[in-house]
Structure formats: structure tokens, C-alpha cells
Ligand binder design. Structure first.
Ligand SMILES: CCCCCCCC/C=C\CCCCCCCC(=O)SCCNC(=O)CCNC(=O)[C@H](O)C(C)(C)COP(=O)(O)OP(=O)(O)OC[C@H]1O[C@@H](n2cnc3c(N)ncnc32)[C@H](O)[C@@H]1OP(=O)(O)O
Length: 194
């Protein structure tokens, strides 16, 4: 069972994504966008610690090992955790555009059960851009990067400004982030696109 809703089908006048000239080269780790992010942050003890790597064009790869803490049914990954891994991998694509964007819609197909200790090989790419709307797709394979697809997702990310976080985030974390020069530098750099 699979299929993509109309909201995730790019309109006819959507354009191909353009890799930013300053995007990390293929093979390079992208790094966390925020230390306490549940998906990628190194400072988040309960997080997934996903590390995405730039691929060719506007694509990324990542590996996620399913841990006992990620179970839904006995010995099997929880679907929501797998969706999080897909969401995070898809979100990291926006750093190749140097655009800050948040998930508007995420549609996930769960094709095969994923046992604990499995390495999920994630592969994601941006398919089209229409104004602030960024269309993307991802797969998660098991048994190796060329193994069978266990999960897949299509997504729509929406471009936002840094103010999206400043206006909506809890003040304590926003103040801490704004006091961190690396975080501010990283966030502001993405607002000055050529
Ligand atoms: C110095 C301070 C430090 C801060 C620095 C931080 C740096 C962080 C860097 C990077 C962060 C990346 C984080 C990635 C984390 C992984 C990904 C996530 O989990 S993100 C969290 C989950 N997502 C949300 O929380 C979104 C909640 N939703 C919203 O805030 C709004 O709904 C938002 C921004 C998505 C859209 O609201 P609107 O008012 O800006 O725009 P409208 O006009 O509603 O939509 C624009 C277009 O998009 C379509 N659209 C919007 N939502 C849609 C949907 N759900 N389905 C289909 N289309 C949708 C609309 O139909 C419209 O299309 P038409 O231009 O008219 O063609």
C-alpha cells in the first residue's frame, strides 16, 4: 500500500532544487543543526543521534541503528521512531539549499518490520521547490544500503525565518541558543541567500 496525497505532488510550475554553492561537498557530515535536537543533537541523551552525510546533488544519506529503547512491539522498532528518523533525514536536506525549513507534512509507508539492532540505511533527496515549499522523498533500507526498503516517506517542508523559532520557542531555550555564538552564526548564515 503506498501513494502520495495531492498536497505532496509538486505543482506543474515547481522548479528543480539548486544545491547552494557553499553546501558541504558529497561525503561530508552535515553536523547537528541544534545540540538538543531529538533527531541529531549530540547533547540529547535520549535522542536518535542521527548523522546525515551530504550526497550528490541535493541528497543525503544517514544510518540509524534501532536500539532497545526504540521498541514498539517486542523486538521491533516503533513506527513513530522510524518516522522521526525519516523526518530528521529529510530535514537535513534543507542545509544543502542553505534554507531553514520545518516539516509541514510527512507521509510514511511502513513496508517491513524493523527489528532491534537493525541498521536502517536512509537516503533522501529534494525533488522540487515551489516558493517556500520544498518537496522531498526518503527511503530506509535494511540489510545494507542496497537492501530491501523497510520504510519510505514523502514530505513537504516550508521555509521559515529564524524568527519562527524566536517567536515560538520556549524562552529559556531560545535565550540559551541566542547566547551560543555558534548557534546564532549557523542560523543567521542561512538567512543570507544569494
Ligand atoms: C538564534 C536562535 C536560534 C534558533 C535557530 C534554530 C535553527 C534551527 C534550524 C533548523 C531547524 C530545522 C528543524 C528540523 C527538525 C526536523 C523537522 C521537524 O520536525 S520541524 C518541527 C515540526 N514542524 C512544525 O513544527 C511546523 C509547524 N507548522 C508551522 O509552523 C506552520 O504551519 C508553517 C510554518 C509550516 C506554515 O505556516 P505559514 O503561515 O508560514 O505558511 P502557510 O501560508 O500556512 O503555508 C505556506 C504554503 O505551504 C502550504 N502548507 C503549509 N502547511 C501544509 C501542510 N501541512 N500540508 C500541505 N501544504 C501545506 C500552504 O498551503 C501554503 O501553500 P501556498 O503557498 O498557498 O501554495
Amino acid at each position: 500500500m503506498s501513494g502520495t496525497s495531492a498536497a505532496l505532488t509538486p505543482p506543474a510550475d515547481a522548479v528543480a532544487p539548486v544545491r547552494h554553492p557553499d553546501a558541504p561537498p558529497p561525503g561530508e557530515l552535515l553536523g547537528a543543526h541544534y545540540e538538543h535536537c531529538f533527531g541529531c543533537g549530540g547533547g540529547q541523551p535520549h535522542g536518535l543521534h542521527l548523522q546525515a552525510r551530504a550526497g550528490e546533488g541535493v541528497s543525503v544519506t544517514a544510518e540509524f541503528t534501532v536500539k532497545p529503547a526504540h521498541q514498539g512491539a517486542p523486538g521491533l522498532a516503533h513506527g513513530g521512531v522510524l518516522a522521526t528518523a525519516l523526518d530528521e533525514t529529510l530535514g537535513s536536506l534543507n542545509w544543502l539549499l542553505r534554507t531553514i525549513a520545518v516539516t509541514g507534512r510527512l507521509e510514511t509507508d511502513f513496508v517491513r518490520p524493523v527489528p532491534v539492532d537493525t541498521v536502517l540505511h536512509l537516503d533522501a533527496r529534494i525533488t522540487a521547490v515551489h516558493g517556500r515549499k520544498i518537496y522531498s522523498t526518503a527511503t530506509g533500507r535494511i540489510g545494507g544500503p542496497e537492501g530491501p526498503v523497510a520504510v519510505r516517506a514523502d514530505a513537504l517542508f516550508i521555509e521559515v525565518k529564524v524568527d519562527h523559532f524566536i517567536e515560538n520557542g520556549r524562552p529559556a531555550e531560545i535565550q540559551a541558543a541566542m547566547a551560543d555564538p555558534d548557534q546564532v552564526k549557523r542560523a543567521r548564515a542561512f538567512e543570507v541567500n544569494p
